[in-house]
Design a protein around this ligand. Structure first.
Ligand code: ISE
Length: 339
């Protein structure tokens, strides 16, 4: 079978990483077309993998040497680019967000439903991380009983002043939204945000850290600590608490070291600096499985409905930051949820 010919739209940090991974580590794919609003960057990255540059993203989506598309462009560009892929009937891997508001995200779900095939995959890479996959299996096995609580800690080393409280929800907490939906297999029904006194590293008016609380359909409570100027590194930890047991992960993926020292010993592991290091394996599995599925004309991972649900919960989250209220989440017609 010939290689999947991929266009990558947007080659900033994430898109550039995908180009390199698809060209060097993932089997069965060739990056043929690169698009970015920064032509010089597009040209340099295209040259490094023998691809060509296309200035118009829609020409890239429609190009005869393109079988599938990776979208890593800025969020506001996603809606039209995903719809163009659906129009052409080709698989697309879209980094979050699916779109920037719930109404347009639901429109994408409807468009895919009309197309009659699952073609849109969302870049929620954590589902492909071995620890999250093992936790999902454990929960589904019933061994820890009915899940009562999910605790998520999400810390970044640092972020610029543009990274405000709303962005902490839409760009960071969005992963915990997907994790909660994935692990628990149910929808989130409300969001509340509690704002402690901010770190002195936060710009004026930015609430960092925040505690975000979700309630799900069956009454599970999910707590999310989001802290994007924690200074130490990239720390993503999760604990699932069930009626008969619990599981905690994300602590020691880089090894725990115990050292005897004069004052009675120390222990600790390395904290990875960023998400590319922490989720390298997840990104690899995500891309490999997407390429394998796209070569058969489909997807293998979170879909348009998952992208829509994440956008809807985050919109409620942004409102919860502003109002301090418990904001309900109401999703559009659930018969669309199976694609
Ligand atoms: C970034 O876009 C990610 O997806 C990371 O996982 C998250 O930790 C970070 O806060 C986001 O900006």
């Amino acid at each position: 079978m010939s290689d999947l010919r991929v266009a990558v739209l947007g080659v900033g940090m994430m898109g550039g990483f995908h180009v390199e991974a698809l060209s060097q580590r993932v089997r069965g794919a060739t990056v043929t077309v690169i698009n970015d609003f920064d032509r010089a960057r597009a040209t340099a990255i295209a040259a490094s993998v023998g691809a060509r540059v296309e200035d118009d993203p829609f020409a890239a989506i429609g190009a005869p040497d393109v079988d599938a598309v990776v979208i890593a462009s800025p969020g506001p560009a996603h809606e039209k680019q995903v719809l163009a892929c659906l129009d052409r009937g080709i698989p697309v891997l879209c980094e979050k967000p699916l779109t920037t508001d719930p109404d347009t995200a639901l429109e994408v779900v409807r468009a895919e439903h009309r197309a009659g095939r699952r073609l849109v995959q969302l870049g929620f890479m954590r589902r492909f991380d071995p620890e999250y996959a093992a936790a999902k299996e454990l929960i589904d096995s019933g061994d820890i009983g009915r899940v009562l609580l999910l605790h998520c800690t999400h810390r970044n080393m640092a972020n610029g002043p543009h990274f405000d409280s709303a962005m902490m929800i839409t760009d960071s907490v969005v992963h915990e939204v997907d994790v909660a939906r994935f692990l628990l297999g149910e929808e989130i029904t409300s969001v509340q945000v509690i704002k402690p006194t901010p770190t002195s590293a936060a710009p004026d008016g930015v609430f960092d850290p925040m505690m975000v609380i979700f309630r799900t359909e069956s009454g599970v409570i999910v707590t999310v600590e989001i802290f994007v100027r924690a200074q130490i590194g990239y720390e993503v930890r999760t604990e699932v608490v069930g009626e008969r047991g619990s599981t905690m992960f994300g602590l020691d993926q880089h090894g725990v070291t115990k050292i005897v020292s004069g004052d009675g010993g120390r222990w600790g592991g390395a904290v990875p600096p960023g998400f590319v290091e922490r989720f390298a394996t997840a990104y690899h599995h995500e891309l490999q499985r997407w390429v394998d599925a796209a070569r058969d004309g489909g997807i293998d991972g979170p879909g348009a409905w998952d992208g829509y649900a994440a956008v809807a919960v985050c919109a409620a989250g942004v409102q919860a930051v502003r109002t301090g209220e418990v904001v309900p989440v109401t999703l559009g017609s659930s018969e669309l949820s199976r694609g």
